[in-house]
Design a protein around this ligand. Sequence first.
Ligand code: ADP
Ligand code: MG
Length: 519
Amino acid sequence: MELTPSELWQRVLETARSGLPEQSFRTWLSGTRATGVSGNQIHVDTPSDFHTEWVEDKFGPGLADVASRLLGRPVDLVFHTAPDSAVPHVPNVELAPSVPDVLPGVRRAPAPGGAFPGSDPRRPSEAGGSGSTPLQTPGAATPPQGVPPRYPGTHPSRGGDPGAGARPDADPRSGAGLNDRYTFDRFVVGTNNQLAAAASHAVAETPARIYNPLFIYGGVGLGKTHLMHAVGHEILNRHPNRRVAYVSAERFMNELVNAIQTGTTGAFRRHYRQIDLLLVDDVHFLVRKESTQEEFFHTFNTLYDAGKQIILTSDRAPKDLPGVEERLVSRFEWGLVVDIKPPDYETRVAILRKKAEDDGVALDDEVIDFIARSCTSSVRELEGAIIKLLAYSSLRREEVTVELAKAALKGMLRSERADGPSGERLTPESIRDIVAQAWGVRPEGLQSRRRTRDLTVPRQVAMYLIKELLDESLVAIGRVFGGRDHSTVIHSIRKVEDDMRQNEGFADRVREVRERLAR
Ligand code: ADP
Ligand code: MG
């Protein structure tokens, strides 16, 4: 049967759709389309460079397999970026927190520890950008009248750094209120923030076209502000004349109140409604602030209708902002909603390495491992730990070692470990007892000779974790369990490893206890 390239691609996408979470499909694949077939190559357009790299990398082999099967011969896929021809994609979906899944048969890439690969601006082209994008340069915009300099300005000649007053030739970044440390190359991508980072790159590449607004939510100190600033920097790198403004929702409100009091609401409105990229941080602050919401609603609409990009952050998802008007919540959900989770161990290590490198301090692996295991709640906490450790080391004039780190971070750790094993060093016995507790049996049961299943499973898990966390010898481990010999111990450890491979639920349970112990 003859198929046009686009019919063929439709069939490929239908197959892919059934093997992917809907939101992954809509985010990455629904905006693609096939433009032609030459020899054994199928040419596929995507809406941005970022999509091209991501789709090629994550879905390419799986999609090529499907296409080959449909055609009955091997074919390759060649992806091209074509912002104008690819279907502009305006999803109205909430992205699940997890990493985008892969097609059946495609191996999931290992969790990236470094900067996101899509950050390479291979085509910083104005051609695909400002020529056709609705974002305007200041020259084309209506000149502002009487903009009070206290607003986060955005253009070198008009911006006002709130701290320093208006500076005619100031760096647009400071005028925009951007922190110069919050750039993409300082942002470590891990499984916890992969989608948020991906979406931010895509927005920086093609503002107001793919995800508008971009709504990033998550707990404190997880990198929301950092990411939104990174988009601002990247857009200013590519288009120095764009007007970028960063403002916290709280500051937006204070400025509004001030404008009302001084009769300058006109200037306030003009200011915020002529921005090309508006970054509004911590919009959960708007809960129950009705008149600020009202004003923000109109600002939002004006910018959105003019094709300007808006990025919002919050500590909660839009639907969990009960004191915010429904019409505003629904606008928050128009574009893309992504969350950031606390970093996992690997990401914490990668972040610590990166921070040490960026700040030119030497932290050896052991110290990094210690901090990564001790500080688990946020990136800010990791940063705090490094600062504290360095201060401690310079006060005491001692080298940074694990011992020093333990002493320096003692206070931090105790508070963290309220439900942990009391801040003391882990021992084989404490691991055994905590595993017993997690499995709901008495610790003595694990030392006994009894071999009922309710005891053998936690016993084996405890042996496995003692090996993993403390690397004790098999003989020493056997001793903790009433003097079992080393072959029993090795058998137990292998059994747990096998079971973890085969049973995801069991593996999660073991990992959970492990996380708790390693804190
Ligand atoms: P939030 O806005 O979510 O409360 P921030 O963006 O202020 O968090 O981040 C807190 C601190 O942690 C900042 O100094 C930021 O640079 C840093 N940070 C957060 N996430 C990362 C990351 N993935 N890589 C590097 N630094 C990060
Ligand atoms: Mg923040």
